[in-house]
Design a protein around this ligand. Structure first.
Ligand code: IMP
Ligand code: MG
Length: 172
């Protein structure tokens, strides 16, 4: 049986989301902002984040996949859904669930830059540092962990557990 070790409780998550939303609202005050959620993992975080922002925003999604049913990145990124909003000359904030090797984000930033946005910044719910393979800047983050495979609050293992309201370290 897999073991679920609690990492972040609902209350912790709520406070972190409020704090990061406040910072984003202040940094982007009077600037047009487009949030781009990375499917599928970011959808829970993104939905809480946007409801805590005090500035107007547009929301779009991009789909990428790099993990099949394993717990480490294949490094081969596939675009499964392109963006729909025109981001040329706009301020873009990529919203990710978790950054691990960083390969997905590095690929995604290149992809988004090809549309010539004004700025591209990154907000990741969780920064998992140990397996980072490429240097990328994460501008906003809620929580940092060194290692471990996390599930819940949008994060999956082989498409399971996204619906759990709290975040757990999954021990298989
Ligand atoms: P990276 O390319 O290695 O940075 O992996 C990024 C993507 O892999 C994330 O956006 C997640 O969708 C997935 N991922 C990485 N670590 C975890 C984890 O601990 N739990 C669930 N998904 C993860
Ligand atoms: Mg993701």
């Amino acid at each position: 049986m897999p073991e679920f070790i609690p990492v972040l409780k609902k209350d912790d998550i709520d406070k972190m989301v409020v704090a990061v939303a406040r910072k984003i609202s202040s940094d982007y005050k009077d600037r047009e902002l487009i949030l781009i959620g990375v499917l599928k993992g970011s959808f829970v975080f993104l939905s809480d984040l946007i409801r805590n922002l005090s500035i107007p925003v547009k929301v779009d999604f991009v789909g990428v996949s790099s993990y099949s049913d394993k717990t480490s990145s294949s490094g081969k990124i596939q675009l499964t859904k392109s963006i729909e909003i025109d981001i040329k000359n706009k301020n873009v904030l990529v919203v990710e669930d978790i950054v691990d090797s960083g390969l997905t984000l590095a690929w995604l930033i290149d992809y988004l830059m090809s549309f010539k946005p004004e700025t591209v910044n990154v907000c990741a719910m969780i920064d998992k540092s140990e397996r980072r393979e490429t240097q990328i800047q994460i501008d906003y983050t809620c929580h940092t962990v060194k290692e471990g495979f996390l599930v819940g609050y949008g994060l999956d293992y082989a498409e399971d557990y996204r619906n759990l309201p709290e975040i757990y370290h999954l021990k298989l």
